[in-house]
Design a protein around this ligand. Sequence first.
Ligand SMILES: Cc1cc2nc3c(=O)[nH]c(=O)nc-3n(C[C@H](O)[C@H](O)[C@H](O)COP(=O)(O)OP(=O)(O)OC[C@H]3O[C@@H](n4cnc5c(N)ncnc54)[C@H](O)[C@@H]3O)c2cc1C
Length: 435
Amino acid sequence: MNDRVENTMIQEARHFETDLAVIGSGLAGFAASTFALNRGIRTAQAGNTGAVAYTTGYLDLLGRVHNEDVCPVTDPWQGLRQLRQSQPLHPMARVSEDDLRAAFREFTSFISDCGIIYNAPGQFNATALTPAGTLKPTLCVPATMQAGVDALARKARCVIVDFKGLRGFSARQVVANLKDTWPELRAERVLFPEMETGEIYPEVMARALEVPAHRQALAERIRAVVGDAEVIGVPAVLGMHNPDLVMAEMMRLLGRPIFEIPTMPPSVPGIRLREMFEQVFPQKGLVLIPQQKVDKVVFNADDLQLSLSDNFGPITIRAKAVILATGRFLSGGLTAAIDGIREPLLGLPVTQTASREDWYHLQYMDKRGHEIHRTGIEVDDKFRPLGENGQPVNDRLFAAGLILAHQDWIRGRCGAGVALASAYKAVEAVQELLR
Ligand SMILES: Cc1cc2nc3c(=O)[nH]c(=O)nc-3n(C[C@H](O)[C@H](O)[C@H](O)COP(=O)(O)OP(=O)(O)OC[C@H]3O[C@@H](n4cnc5c(N)ncnc54)[C@H](O)[C@@H]3O)c2cc1C
């Protein structure tokens, strides 16, 4: 009884008035809020924990045009021209090259300014290392991973170091997969300071390396195995809030470049981005309601209202426009049931195969990809979701990111491309509406 009284006492309804509400805190939601802030649009963002914590940290524009293509795309801008021809309904096919370049430039420069340095988008894809030691094309990499891209390109004398007790990352596996093309690569294992026994986790290691004494201790252990290596690769654990400083300090202590390789999810580079946005956005005036799901959206004649709640009670957000960036199945933006796929928040029509039998081909590794990975909602050129009648559901409703139909971002290696392109155009359309 006392508990209940106490609980009632701290519950307090909160209400926010704003111009734009963003639903979702994956890359698309964060990018939409970034673009909105840069344009002076008053914004509130609400999002549950999402797939951003799984991402490698690489920002892919386009790595493959057709599912069956054997070779990855080296010039993604050229690839986009082909994509426009062959997949005109692909969300990135609706966005001009200039806008795509601008979106990548603006996003990478924002996060760099906020403390996680990324390279600006260039003309060509970089070839980057995956957690398993395979290679993937990507456009922008965090500065903590750049030395790995460079070392791979010149096949430098390199040692990959892993840590006893860290699952899902094996230096030996990376070396085994790359040895044929990168002969000067070798593997070593060390004990992570003060985490010498049992299982250890990248997130905890990254936070530990924010402390100078831990860096010093780790550098001593790595120094013992570094031999004649010109450059050192480690799993992505070089700090959580100051990765560039941690990397620079490790470089100083070891006297040679050190780089990160992404680990299996949940991955530090994604958590870094999420924590950075959660810290920076409120400082820049954005109302952020993290780790919560929006339950309801009601559209009125002149505005709309979002409802959600957290531990402190119910929250309502009244806005002039809303961007839906709730992702696909992993994040709950779409749900799959025996009788079909739904968009659960607004009940938007979902483009999908006629039958559940057609979601997947028989072979998991089928080169054509699986139809379920193209499922999603339809939008017009302003990224407004369309109803059954092919018309925008509401002039105040926009959508961005993986929830959009006609893109298989996994095979296309275009996760960030879809997210940034659609968020950029959706915010542009919101700005027009607000005018
Ligand atoms: C394992 C893995 C590896 C990846 N690696 C790469 C990579 O190397 N390069 C790359 O470019 N991309 C990569 N991606 C993809 C990248 O993470 C996505 O492109 C990116 O996150 C954009 O997705 P999104 O924002 O549209 O959706 P998501 O990231 O899925 O985010 C959707 C968000 O909406 C929230 N949400 C859902 N419903 C509600 C609701 N009702 N109310 C509030 N919030 C809600 C979710 O909780 C989540 O925060 C990877 C993804 C995964 C899963």
